[in-house]
Design a binder for this molecule. Structure first.
Ligand SMILES: Nc1ncnc2c1ncn2[C@@H]1O[C@H](COP(=O)(O)OP(=O)(O)OP(=O)(O)O)[C@@H](O)[C@H]1O
Ligand SMILES: [Mg+2]
Length: 279
């Protein structure tokens, strides 16, 4: 698999070293088409790291290339922002127009896509996020999940290779979260590289890989099954393990051993049922 994001020794300080570093010597490698979650407690440097990828923050130390572009090269900044789209926590802050189709068209106009091509691209983007028919709707008349899907359509319309979700589900109710998570999986299925940040650890269980951050450093990287069941490591990162993992260890402390440590609710239910059949 080819590497699409390659970072080496990235350090960053918001006040040029006068206080603690927000990033400390981070190495990063993400394969094209990979679905990666970055997890870490508040202030661990997740947003600071991903904001380097599309040059929202200027590289201070180390090296970083994204889709073949050196992020330190300011001439490539706009190209980089197109290749590496970003969806943030609050959809209301991302809209530039109050009408759905105008909002999606805005990014395309910015990138000087010929006017005649814009309506087809807007329609295609709305289809991908299951929002066809909402072209004329006011953005403020949509639910939280629908707003995030429109924000995502605006990013998707620019045909990015990488889409970053920085806590894009944080403000949504369970239904809205499900909608956005489904879109993330769909975009991954069509070949996009997905980088997601969340405090809902259970969202990360189906990722290809999890990167753990703590105090500005990337302290671990691996499969969800390995990282999210490692309670010592999660403790070091000041993150609460997923509920099924906590139940597994609680049961173990009572002398009850499940066949292996479950990650999802379904796996937990299955293993508890298997236990029952042995009694
Ligand atoms: N604009 C800023 N100015 C000064 N310091 C900042 C700024 N943004 C972040 N920081 C600091 O940099 C460090 C890393 O912050 P960052 O926002 O990257 O963390 P995070 O992991 O995304 O946290 P959260 O989960 O709360 O979003 C923190 O100590 C934070 O206080
Ligand atoms: Mg953040």
């Amino acid at each position: 698999m080819s590497v699409i994001v390659k970072g080496k020794d990235i350090s960053y300080s918001y006040d040029f070293g006068n206080s603690a570093y927000a990033l400390r010597n981070v190495d990063l490698s993400i394969a094209k088409g990979e679905f990666v979650y970055i997890l870490g407690c508040n202030g661990s440097g997740k947003s600071t790291l991903v904001r380097h990828l599309n040059a929202l923050l200027k590289l201070q130390h180390g090296a970083l290339s994204v889709a073949g572009f050196d992020v330190a090269n300011e001439n490539d900044m706009w190209q980089l922002r197109r290749i590496c789209g970003m969806v943030f926590q609050n959809p209301d802050n991302q809209f530039v127009s109050s009408v759905v189709e105008e909002d999606i068209a805005f990014g395309l106009e910015n990138y000087e896509v010929p006017r005649t091509e814009i309506p087809a691209k807007v329609n295609a983007a709305l289809q991908v996020v299951d929002m066809a028919g909402y072209e004329k709707r006011a953005t403020n008349s949509l639910s939280g999940g629908q707003k995030q899907r429109i924000a995502l359509a605006g990013v998707f319309a620019l045909d990015p290779e990488i889409i970053i979700f920085d806590e894009a589900t944080a403000m949504l109710d369970p239904e809205g979260r499900r909608e956005v998570l489904a879109m993330m999986r769909k975009l991954h299925d069509v070949g996009k590289t997905i980088i997601a940040i969340t405090h809902y650890i259970e969202e990360a269980v189906h990722a290809d890989r999890v990167i753990l951050m703590h105090e500005g450093a990337a302290i671990a990287s691996g499969k969800p099954q390995d990282i999210l069941t490692d309670v010592q490591l999660l403790k070091q990162a000041e993150i609460m393990p997923p509920m099924p993992v906590r139940v597994y260890y609680d049961l173990l402390s009572l002398g009850i051993r499940l066949s292996s440590c479950p990650l999802t609710d379904e796996e937990l239910a299955e293993k508890v049922c298997a236990l029952r059949s042995k009694i």
